[in-house]
Design a protein around this ligand. Structure first.
Ligand code: ADP
Ligand code: MG
Length: 329
């Protein structure tokens, strides 16, 4: 008898869902990205028990029709690409069509959506559609509620950290969205506490909101990179104050940290603050990397790296001539 067996569909689908859904923070990330892709200008995030019991993301984006609502939770369904090559001209966050289906396979999901013409409520439990009904809502937009994450995958549920730790992870992701989308207003509530209530504003205002301790910072503006960096007088012992985005996607890349600090010179011992946006035409970036890995591939990395070093170095000259922003806090 052969030792190799084809896995059961149910097992395959739980494994696949686990690749996308790592915990409450990744649910929040996927849902906020969907809201941004739907052109929302106002996004509300709510958690209970660190997101382990309840996560809500409400947006005022374009909404979905009844048919789209039903399709949205199916596997590999997306409105964002048609052909593989489309990802090379892509400006949206999503394109895999995996998030809503994966999340709904491992939790109980309620989506209400109003597209300006019709308004419905969909209920999905463990990936199975239980109910769809008309549901009057006043405003256009979509609300996704995720209850009891991993209720049907006890092994995964056991690996969730304490509510406090999961909450911290969610806050860190929301802070990245606050920085990369300053024109969007965000609220973040956790167990009834308001953690953020940020009106639409500028990058400078959001930088001050997230890093109130930094009193000397300046804008930078290069060929591929722009953002805000601190003077070398403000730093952390780790790199949590250094945040990089490529086409507004948060990325983690050792080389980017390294070249950023290189711009401050050889003698640097601590880690200054920097929120850097790298923007280049989509065809020069490969976004087809795993959603959880936060990696990025540039077609010409050296051009990017040298632009960062040059731009940071030039901007730092301002600190010597004292032409800096000084926060009023
Ligand atoms: P992807 O974002 O990769 O397309 P998702 O599973 O995250 O895949 O979402 C599936 C589809 O559902 C999206 O392509 C979009 O058309 C629709 N959708 C999801 N969330 C929203 C939302 N908040 N507002 C409007 N449409 C949405
Ligand atoms: Mg998505």
């Amino acid at each position: 008898m052969a030792k190799i067996k084809k896995l059961d569909k149910n097992v395959i689908s739980k494994i696949a869902a686990g690749e996308v859904v790592a915990g409450p923070f990744s649910v929040v990330k996927e849902l906020v990205e969907n809201a941004l892709d739907a052109d929302a200008k106002k996004i509300e995030v709510e958690l209970q028990n660190g997101g382990k019991s309840y996560i809500k993301v409400k947006d005022n984006g374009e909404g979905m029709s009844k048919d789209d609502l039903l399709l949205s939770v199916e596997e590999h369904t997306t409105s964002k690409i048609k052909d593989f090559e489309d990802i090379y001209t892509l400006y949206s966050f999503g394109f895999r069509g995996e998030a809503l289906s994966s999340i709904s396979k491992v939790s109980r999901v309620v989506i209400t959506s109003n597209n300006g013409k019709e308004s419905h409520r969909l209920e999905v439990i463990g990936g199975k559609i239980k109910k769809i009904e008309e549901f009057p809502t006043i405003e256009r937009g979509t609300t996704v509620e995720v209850l009891d994450l991993f209720f049907n995958v006890p092994a995964r549920r056991k690996f969730l950290k304490s509510a406090a730790v999961e909450k911290r992870r969610v806050i860190e992701f929301v802070e990245k969205f606050l920085l990369s989308n300053p024109e969007v207003s965000f609220t973040l509530k956790s167990d009834g506490d308001v953690l953020y209530n940020a009106e639409s504003s500028s990058l400078e205002e959001r930088f001050k909101l997230i890093f109130p301790e930094v009193r000397e910072f300046t804008n930078i503006n290069g060929k591929f990179v722009n953002g805000i960096i601190s003077s070398p007088n403000y730093y952390r012992k780790n790199r949590t104050g250094q945040i990089f985005f490529v086409q507004k996607r948060y990325v983690v890349d050792k080389m980017l940290y390294y070249v950023f600090e290189n711009g401050y010179g050889e003698s640097l011992v601590n880690h200054p603050y920097g929120v850097l946006f790298i923007d280049l035409p989509p065809k020069y970036v490969d976004v087809n990397v795993h959603p959880q890995k936060l990696e990025v591939k540039f077609s010409d990395p050296n051009a990017i790296y040298s632009d960062i070093i040059r731009t940071v170095r030039n901007a730092l000259k301002k600190f010597i001539s004292k032409k800096i922003f000084v926060s009023d806090k």
